[in-house]
Design a protein around this ligand. Structure first.
Ligand code: GTP
Ligand code: MG
Length: 138
């Protein structure tokens, strides 16, 4: 089946939402096949967010993502790449639809980066690339 790379970002872990977010993934019928909590450095995140290097929110994004533990997961299921992004909702938690992770649980904290709880790969190519970064042995 299709695979995607999901991150529960440091705001999600700090707010004790790990279980709630994983519950939604499992309730949808997807399978979690790798799961690890870790704190990572700027090098790994620069690779992960290579497409955003040079954008105004890049440095704050790295600062936020290295600020504490996050949870990385491989999630499997038919259509999971699109399906998880649908579960996550729009990037900006203020406009994310109710019913989504970001819409139900996220809000604008007035920081320089969107603290929007989760990341999900946006294409099969991104998923393969990101799984290679976070779980090189998988
Ligand atoms: P991810 O699932 O985290 O990749 O979110 P996304 O695909 O919805 O957003 P994108 O890949 O465009 O951006 C990556 C992350 O950078 C976002 O999740 C936000 O945390 C942050 N970000 C993106 N765009 C902006 C922006 O315009 N302003 C701010 N402050 N943060 C942004
Ligand atoms: Mg993205």
């Amino acid at each position: 089946p299709e695979r995607t790379l999901v991150l529960i970002k440091p705001d999600g872990v700090a707010r004790q939402l790990t279980g709630e977010i994983l519950r939604r993934i499992e309730a949808k019928g997807y399978t979690i096949t790798a799961l690890e909590q870790r704190t990572v450095g700027a090098d790994l995140l620069t690779e992960h967010y290579a497409e955003h290097e040079g954008k105004p929110f890049f440095e704050p994004l790295l600062e936020f993502m290295t600020s504490g533990p996050l949870v990385a997961a491989i999630v499997e299921g038919n259509g999971v790449i699109e399906g998880f992004r649908s579960l996550a909702g729009a990037t900006n938690p203020t406009s994310a639809a109710p019913g989504t992770i970001r819409g139900d649980l996220g809000r604008d904290w007035g920081t320089t980066v969107q603290q929007n709880l989760v990341h999900g790969s946006d294409s099969p190519e991104s998923a393969a690339r990101e799984i290679g970064i976070w779980f090189p042995q998988r």
